[in-house]
Design a binder for this molecule. Structure first.
Ligand SMILES: Cc1cc2nc3c(=O)[nH]c(=O)nc-3n(C[C@H](O)[C@H](O)[C@H](O)COP(=O)(O)O)c2cc1C
Length: 289
């Protein structure tokens, strides 16, 4: 199915974009208006776009029903400062409550039951309950349109970082498991970064992976190996040498698989891959044709 976005209703377009571009991190943004009134709202059109300088961007979109601007955007146009706090599982229900469209001037810290923590450099307070908060000055706001659904990129420069020290590991680094962050998915779905949802992939930058194109034809075209399996194998620097090929080839389970044929060999290699033993998996595969 192929669609032309110009022919879709705003709602359909939003549905596809927000379901497909997911999971999205959540910026819990606090701003103040010219009179100093505090606002707090979550935004999942959000990410980090630069490390040095440290730049975060989020996007309050114009309301679908009438194209009006949200309080967060109006506040930033008055006072170009924002704090962005991250959202973890313990905060997520209150965060959702803070997205309610209360009247302008209503403080969602109070409505959602969060605690204001004074910032050091900027005027908006940050969310005390959040494990990581960023104080930011706003470099620019880029309006992407003036109708309903149009985004406004708030380019926020981080000027202070606040970390809950309980979220650090023994080396002093932020600990992904302790953080327990949540992300926004399509519809009313969220997801949570629990340990059983996390997995690691060896970084390809450490070595120069030979690439899937260097694998012999019968491996690349296997009906048993998955794309993930091939990605792991292509991440190896080179084909295994003669000694390893010989010792792996002598194993009883490899001999047995060889007698049964290619499919058995590929299944055995997949088991090696599942045990993070990619070099030996490739050595198994190379016993075949
Ligand atoms: C998890 C979550 C993520 C959201 N992400 C966005 C977003 O990226 N952009 C947006 O305009 N509204 C988003 N919303 C809706 C706003 O939070 C909502 O419109 C809010 O009332 C705006 O508040 P304000 O008028 O005080 O700025 C999100 C809501 C939730 C619960």
């Amino acid at each position: 199915m192929t669609l032309d976005p110009q022919l879709l209703e705003t709602k359909e377009l939003y549905g596809i974009l927000s379901t497909a571009v997911a999971p999205r991190p959540i910026a819990f943004a606090s701003t103040v208006d010219g009179a100093g009134r505090v606002n707090l709202s979550p935004f999942s059109y959000f990410n980090v776009f630069s490390s040095v300088p440290p730049i975060l961007v989020f996007s309050p979109i114009r309301r679908g029903r009438d194209g009006s601007a949200k309080d967060t955007l109006n506040n930033i146009n008055e006072i170009a400062e924002v704090t962005i706090s991250v959202v973890n599982f313990d905060m997520v229900e209150q965060t959702s409550l803070a997205s309610t469209e209360y009247e302008t001037g209503v403080n969602e810290f109070d409505k959602a039951g969060f605690t204001e923590e004074a910032s050091e450099v900027v005027r908006p307070p940050r969310v005390k309950e959040s494990p990581v908060s960023f104080e930011c000055t706003v470099d620019q706001v880029i309006a992407l349109g003036d109708g309903g659904g149009a985004g406004n990129l708030v380019v926020a420069r981080v000027v202070r970082i606040h970390l809950d020290e309980g979220m650090l590991d023994e080396d002093g680094n932020l600990d992904t498991v302790k953080l327990d962050l949540v992300a926004r998915m399509g519809g009313s779905y969220y997801c949570r970064a629990t340990p059983d949802n996390l997995f690691e992939i060896p970084k390809p930058l450490r070595n120069l992976g030979m690439g899937v194109d260097q694998l012999p034809h019968h491996i690349r075209n296997s009906n048993i190996l998955t794309g993930n399996n091939l990605g792991r194998l292509g991440n190896l620097e080179k084909l295994p040498g003669g000694d390893l090929l010989k010792s792996v080839g002598e194993r009883e389970e490899v001999q047995q698989a060889l007698r049964e044929g290619d499919a058995a060999l590929h299944r055995l290699a997949r088991r090696y891959l599942e045990q993070d033993n990619s070099l030996e998996a490739l050595a198994v595969l190379l016993q075949g044709r």
